[in-house]
Design a protein around this ligand. Structure first.
Ligand code: NAG
Ligand code: NAG
Ligand code: NAG
Ligand code: NAG
Ligand code: NAG
Ligand code: NAG
Ligand code: NAG
Ligand code: NAG
Ligand code: NAG
Length: 592
């Protein structure tokens, strides 16, 4: 039931190896072996763009292989991708994406003449990314292997006169550039370049403002500390088309132009340290409880709760995690805290049941969002096959993982779960399972005990959610559900005076093609001819939304496609981008 950990940008970090001195192999070794040698033996901190390019260009395009990949991706999407038909419908006003029939567009790619395999793979993954469904992605272990980095990160501020500027957030090569304004990028206005990039090269959200935020750098709490997150414009996982980018900077009215080559870090880079965050304090906020995955602060008379949800991987950890969260909220309640800012900025998601449980801790009466998945001649084999396996309860395909929304109890049998529900979407008829709630205690094979929680004193007017729109997957489920009971929301950043989403890519649950072979081993009655149709080469992984979630307030609305702007918008400035406590103080004013 794990929802995807978003492909957060992670530098390739190697554990220290005792470096023997690097000795070149004979010059005949292929370009990719040469890179591997560098990574292991060289003292260099970076690989060069041209060397990675040479490696990627060592594999020519083969149309036979390409056709096979396209056919498999299509089969998968048709069988399981629950948002497939609805993605042909026009976007809700407020969203920015191209409605499309991905199945026929995938076929069109085969008309292109590619020189190298990586160009084809990038086109397939770019096309899938145009769905702007952050859960639905194709990644290649060969061609998304290296991270390309500029040494700097950018951010956006709104000046007092209301104008928007792009600035340098951090620069590990030349700290003098920090907070210089970026006027042009490759001789074009910086805002236009970032907006174009966000428009066309970022998958994570149907809302352009959220994609704009993820092109840029911002701070997040995760891995037990604050770190830089996003920055997809200056750190990428696809080989960039050009080997460098130029930036025209204005530093205290001195104009200069710098050129940055793309480089691939192979040694750990210095971590960003905010000048306003020291150990247990953020600005004037004091830490009262650090649960590693969550932090609880007090600032003046209000509480601030930061939660990262993505590190829970089993029932024991989840029990501990939930226990810690209850403990933190109890500390706030015991200290008489009346107002809480729930900061879920840059939260990548994790297990959906964590979101459900946190919501129930705060508001015990609320139900989670109903979900369903596609029913067709392929998916039904997975549902029926899995449902016959007793210890597969907890799998998304098992009917006992769910509770019927009609009866509020288990489905009678798998037929009852499959039901007979037809919807018209994107001009076609789609069959889906009966609407259901996840039974949160059925996950992990029914081995999750949920710790009991005291009754807390806060109602929906006492809590405000703060994000920058990069609150994905289970974070989206958590926040969107609370918003439906009138908890207020704020999103930070984006474009001036353009309200935007506080969460993205809610989905209900995803699977990846790496999971599919497991079913062919497990399910005895599965049509064996499907195995070849549904199996991608080992070095490619397609992940996709298997289960969709519906609104509670508007029962026919699939949350992924509904534009839900935050109630309020705030902006970063030079200080608040580095000192989140500035935003917390502004946030709490909305619920005074
Ligand atoms: C990158 O290029 C520089 C300059 O051309 C060279 O000195 C260095 O060895 C190269 N590094 C790698 C990893 O190829
Ligand atoms: C393309 O790959 C197929 C195997 O999938 C192989 O039979 C064929 O020879 C390859 N074509 C070229 C031009 O390498
Ligand atoms: C095509 O696929 C075959 C089988 O996976 C592989 O051996 C071959 O190298 C591939 N060729 C190209 C050009 O990708
Ligand atoms: C996948 O691996 C095969 C065999 O090693 C290789 O021929 C092919 O180029 C790779 N393809 C992709 C898309 O990574
Ligand atoms: C790549 O660089 C060339 C020459 O500097 C420039 O004309 C072109 O616009 C650049 N392309 C991209 C995608 O930035
Ligand atoms: C599933 O149904 C479609 C048309 O409804 C058909 O073309 C396809 O062959 C069927 N697949 C299987 C595995 O039965
Ligand atoms: C499922 O339950 C319904 C209602 O009790 C019953 O009519 C049906 O035969 C059952 N189906 C199976 C496959 O057991
Ligand atoms: C939820 O799942 C647990 C564990 O499988 C089970 O004991 C419980 O009865 C289920 N809840 C409902 C309402 O069916
Ligand atoms: C939320 O606010 C709306 C409009 O004021 C109201 O109709 C609705 O009942 C409220 N919902 C809850 C759960 O309080």
């Amino acid at each position: 039931m794990k929802t995807i950990c978003f492909p957060a940008f992670i530098f390739i970090v190697f554990t220290s190896i005792a470096y023997s001195h690097w000795v070149p192999r004979d010059t005949n070794t292929n370009a990719c072996d040469k890179l591997n040698d560098y990574v292991i033996y060289s003292d260099e901190r970076f690989l060069n763009y041209s060397d990675v390019k040479a490696c990627y260009e060592s594999t020519p395009y083969n149309k036979t292989n390409a056709t096979q990949i396209i056919e498999t991706v299509k089969e998968k999407l048709k069988a399981f991708y629950v948002l497939l038909e609805q993605s042909k419908e026009d976007p809700d006003p407020g969203f920015t994406f191209r409605s499309m029939d991905i199945i026929s567009e995938l076929d069109l790619l085969l008309n292109n003449n590619y020189l190298y395999e990586y160009q084809f793979i990038y086109d397939v993954s770019d096309l899938i990314e145009e769905l702007r469904d952050g859960h639905t992605l194709l990644s290649s272990t060969d061609y998304h292997k290296y991270a390309f980095y500029q040494g700097l990160s950018l951010y956006s501020v709104i000046k007092e006169d209301g104008t928007q500027q792009i600035k340098v957030f951090n620069d590990i090569k030349d700290p003098n550039n920090i907070d210089c304004q970026v006027i042009n990028i490759d001789d074009k206005p910086a805002i236009d370049v970032i907006t174009e990039f966000a428009s066309n090269h970022i998958a994570s959200s149907r809302d352009l403002s959220v994609r704009f935020n993820s092109a840029l750098a911002s701070l997040r709490f995760g891995n037990g500390d604050f770190e830089i997150f996003g920055q997809f414009f200056t750190s990428r996982i696809q080989l960039p088309k050009n080997s460098s980018i130029s930036y025209t900077l204005n530093c205290n009215d001195k104009i200069s132009k710098i050129n940055r080559e793309w480089q691939i870090p192979i040694k750990p880079l210095p971590q960003y340290k905010s000048p306003y965050i020291h150990g247990t304090t953020v600005g004037k906020a004091k830490l009262i409880f650090d649960a590693f995955i969550a932090r609880f602060y007090i600032l003046k008379d209000f509480g601030v709760v930061l939660i990262s949800t993505e590190f829970v991987t089993n029932n024991v950890l989840e029990y501990r995690y939930i226990t810690d969260i209850i403990f933190g909220f109890k500390l706030l309640a015991d200290k008489g805290i009346k107002k809480i800012v729930l900061d879920l900025t840059n939260n990548n998601g994790g297990n959906v049941n964590v979101a459900h449980i946190i919501n129930k801790i705060l508001f015990p009466y609320i139900k989670s969002f109903p979900v369903d998945m596609k029913v067709n001649n392929i998916s039904v084999q997975f549902i029926k096959g899995t449902s016959m396996i007793k210890n597969a309860v907890g799998s998304g395909f098992h009917y006992r993982t769910y509770i019927s929304t009609k009866t509020n109890s288990l489905f009678i049998n798998v037929t009852d779960f499959i039901g007979n529900n037809l919807y018209t979407r994107g001009g076609t008829q789609v069959k889906c399972t009966s609407k259901a709630f996840f039974n949160d205690t059925a996950l992990y094979g029914g081995n999750l005990k949920i710790p009991t929680s005291p009754k807390f004193p806060w109602n929906e007017k006492d809590i405000i959610i703060l994000t920058n729109g990069l609150c994905f997957s289970s974070c989206a489920i958590l926040t969107q559900r609370l918003a439906e009971i009138n908890v207020s929301t704020i999103s930070v950043g984006g474009f001036p005076n353009r309200r935007f989403s506080f969460a993205s890519t809610s989905g209900g649950s995803i699977v990846t093609t790496d999971d599919i072979p497991i079913f062919f081993k497990l399910l005895k009655n599965l049509d064996k001819s499907l195995a070849s149709k549904l199996t991608l080469p080992k070095n490619l992984t397609l992940s996709f939304t298997l289960i969709e979630a519906y609104s509670v307030n508007r029962p026919n609305e699939v949350i992924d496609f509904s534009f839900r702007p935050a109630d309020h918008q705030l902006y970063y400035n030079e200080r608040s981008a580095r000192d989140p406590s500035q935003l917390w103080m502004q946030a709490v004013e909305f619920i005074r």
